[in-house]
Design a protein. Structure first.
Length: 510
């Protein structure tokens, strides 16, 4: 009898579950504890489909967008707790695809970024608070690559930013003025195609030194020397640029290049055989050899080339094919020791690449496919100890990764280039430094930090990247020193006292 009752209860539970599942499909609303709607939309097979909206506990719209086959698939908009639009992003099949915009609390546009298959691609634009352009940053396959610009609020280019493999390699500050508004240092003007039109230096708003003028193709047109804002007439003849040619006995051009009257070489120099074929090519800047090799009949780099530092040391060597790097390339420290080496295919890194310290010790090793990291990656300190280890898939970190950072070690997993799941940091002693979970790169759930003696240092909860509830700070002996209460990422109470305006959620920001 007892067994029969248990079977009946189990069957009833299954029936209730089935009915509940059937009731969930269709247009559905979920509610906060205060009775206000937290989200609403259509469920199909218990999963969100079509247009969905979520709300803050105050009833203000938090996000809205469409889903197709349960995946994000439309323009999605996200709002702050006071109802202001914060971001809008296009999605296709759960991936960012197209333009993404961010706004500040007043509605002013902060950034515009284009995405292809969830990776930033093309030129991203970032803006000042007054709405004027602040930065233009080029992206390729999710990483900064190429030349970017930084602008003042009046539209002046004030920095040229050179990126490579996702890192800022060089920053060139230009077009700057002092507190009195006087031009100081290097100034540059540009053609509409981005090529430099004019460059030179100012001292107290006066031209000083050599000013160079270029055509739209980047060829040097003229050089003029200034002293205290006045043209140095004595230097004018010396600085004039002219194209010089030499000839073979048969009348064909033997060499071609541009010189200043002082004898300095500028730009591309080509030497030709007696039948008119280019036999060598060299690139100069201020009479300093920058690179040398061969060019084809179209003027594109072809065959072996060598590049040099501005100080004359060999910087790199390898080959080109129709203007693109191809085959084995080696890069050097100024000391002449190998810095990195690997292969290119059609201008993109391919296969195993290795980096070295100056003493020859292996620094980093990665696998590439079509210019993107793809496979195992490891980085070592100068003693050969692993400090970073993991794997890439198509340019994005995937699976388990480990980092040795200062006095602690970090370990966890990535999914699609974003932190995902549990991450644990430990001190060199093996004791915990941090524990917490991530979802799509955002902290989620309980996060805890610890003192070296094992005592809890800080504890708090996140909900998809936003702090929620109490964040409790502890002294090294475990005593509570501070409690900060958060709501949707904003501080609302500190040690029980309300945070005064303008810091309350929903309040107008200054």
């Amino acid at each position: 009898m007892k067994r029969l009752v248990m079977i009946c209860v189990m069957l009833l539970s299954v029936v209730r579950l089935t009915v509940a599942q059937e009731q969930e499909d269709g247009y559905t609303k979920y509610y906060h504890a205060n009775g206000l709607v937290s989200s609403e939309g259509t469920l199909v097979d218990g999963k969100p489909e079509g247009w969905w909206k979520t709300y803050y506990e105050s009833g203000i719209l938090r996000s809205e967008g469409g889903r197709k086959q349960f995946q994000l698939d439309s323009l999605w908009r996200f709002y702050s707790a006071n109802g202001k639009l914060q971001t809008e992003t296009f999605y296709r099949a759960d991936r960012k695809e197209g333009l993404a915009r961010r706004f500040d609390t007043t509605g002013t546009l902060l950034s515009e970024e284009n995405y292809v298959a969830d990776l930033r691609e093309g030129v991203a634009h970032y803006f000042h608070e007054n709405g004027s352009l602040y930065q233009e940053i080029p992206f390729k396959a999710g990483k900064e690559e190429g030349r970017g610009y930084e602008y003042a609020t009046d539209g002046r280019v004030v920095s040229i930013l050179h990126y490579g493999a996702g890192m800022l390699r060089k920053r060139e500050d230009i077009n700057r003025a002092d507190a009195m508004g006087l031009r100081q240092g290097q100034w540059k003007e540009f053609h509409p195609n981005g090529k430099v039109r004019l460059e030179g230096n100012y001292v107290d708003d006066r031209k000083q030194g050599i000013f160079k003028e270029y055509d739209a193709l980047g060829n040097l047109k003229d050089m003029v020397k200034y002293d205290g804002g006045m043209v140095d007439e004595g230097a004018g003849e010396m600085l004039t640029v002219e194209i010089k040619r030499t000839f073979h006995p048969n009348g064909r051009v033997a060499s071609l290049g541009s010189y200043s009257k002082s004898g300095k070489r500028e730009g591309l120099f080509k030497e030709f055989s007696t039948d008119g074929v280019v036999s060598s090519a060299k690139v100069y800047k201020g009479d300093q050899l920058i690179s040398e090799g061969l060019v084809n009949y179209l003027g594109m780099m072809e065959g072996p080339w060598v590049e040099f530092y501005a100080t004359g040391e060999k910087r790199a060597e390898g080959a080109y094919k129709e203007g693109r790097k191809e085959g084995d390339w080696t890069f050097y420290h100024r000391s002449g020791k190998v810095e990195q080496k690997g292969k290119y295919m059609n201008g993109s890194a391919q296969g195993t690449w290795k980096w070295f310290y100056e003493d020859g010790t292996l620094h980093r090793e990665e696998l590439y496919r079509k210019g993107r990291e793809d496979g195992a990656s490891a980085e070592y300190d100068e003693k050969g100890v692993v400090i970073t280890k993991g794997e890439y898939i198509d340019g994005r970190k995937e699976g388990e990764w480990m980092y040795a950072v200062g006095d602690h070690r970090e370990a966890g997993a990535y999914k699609g280039g974003l932190k995902d799941g549990a991450w644990i940091y430990t001190y060199d002693t093996g004791k915990k430094y941090f524990t917490g979970d991530f979802v799509d790169g955002e902290p989620n759930g309980k996060h805890r930090w610890y003192w070296p003696n094992g005592q809890l240092k800080l504890e708090g909860r996140y909900a998809m990247g936003l702090e929620q509830g109490d964040f409790t700070h502890h002294a090294i002996d475990g005593a509570i020193t501070l409690v900060i209460k958060f709501r949707d990422g904003a501080e609302v109470r500190i040690d029980g006292g309300r945070v005064p305006p303008p810091y309350e959620p929903g309040a107008d920001q200054p």
